[in-house]
Design a protein around this ligand. Structure first.
Ligand code: URA
Length: 233
């Protein structure tokens, strides 16, 4: 791909803006040599105003989503995209969250501009485990694990039973739930159907990829090993 198109697609400006950046000598290689629009150079050697060019298409990020932000670009108020560099929100192909977390749910949220990868992660057939930790308003009663694992549990107004999910009891009002689907408000609705109420909810892992030490509100670019860990058994 021509450099002007490549850099414009990464959100640095229109093609006209980027052509002007070339003319102004703002686009260089790693040694500070000015690049020209027709040059053929490796992505990682390109600098814009002395800063490395943003990552190429195929970008995958993880965020530790904080409370109080939503995942839809259209929502009023703060959205997860406000926590990313503004350029990332105007890239082409577009960067999207991989599924969504509720406003009041924290934890591991993935983003990618790779539509096929996004589909592979969220497709129920892929059986990628999403692990949530919940604190509950009332003590667990003891039957929830069997109900969630049954494969016959129906959520209100749904016709398709939930795939079996695994409950680990961490305390009287504290549980870890592993699901392989991503239905609307799924975890909250599962506990509600069991007569409880989720007070706090955090997603701690997707596949074998965990939040690690990533602080809330922060994000990082994933490498190939991180992405492979999403699909690791
Ligand atoms: N289940 C929920 O209830 N909320 C989320 O954000 C994710 C799963």
């Amino acid at each position: 791909m021509k450099l002007v198109k490549l850099i414009a697609n990464l959100g640095y400006g229109s093609r006209k803006d980027v052509a002007q950046m070339f003319r102004a000598g703002r686009i260089t290689d790693a040694d500070g040599e000015v690049l020209y629009a027709d040059d053929v150079v490796a992505h990682e050697t390109i600098r814009v105003d002395d800063e490395p060019l943003d990552p190429p298409t195929g970008l995958v990020l993880m965020m530790n989503k904080p409370l109080g932000v939503t995942c839809s670009r259209k929502d009023p108020g703060r959205v997860v995209y406000d926590l990313l560099p503004p350029r990332y929100t105007v890239r082409s192909p577009v960067l999207s969250s991989v599924g969504r977390l509720d406003r009041d749910t924290t934890g591991l949220l993935l983003f990618t501009d790779d539509g096929a990868l996004l589909h592979r992660i969220i497709a129920p057939k892929a059986q990628v485990a999403k692990v949530y930790e919940a604190t509950l308003a009332q003590d667990l009663r003891g039957g929830e694990g069997a109900l969630f694992a049954s494969g016959t549990m129906l959520l209100e107004s749904e016709k398709e039973p939930l795939a079996p999910a695994t409950l680990a009891v961490l305390g009287p009002r504290h549980a870890r739930l592993t699901v392989t689907e991503g239905r609307y408000h799924q975890v909250r609705r599962m506990f509600a159907a069991a007569g409880n109420h989720v007070e706090t909810l955090q997603r701690v892992s997707v596949g074998q990829l965990t939040l690690g030490a990533l602080p809330q509100g922060e994000w990082r670019v994933l490498d190939a090993d991180d992405v492979a860990s999403i699909f690791a058994a």
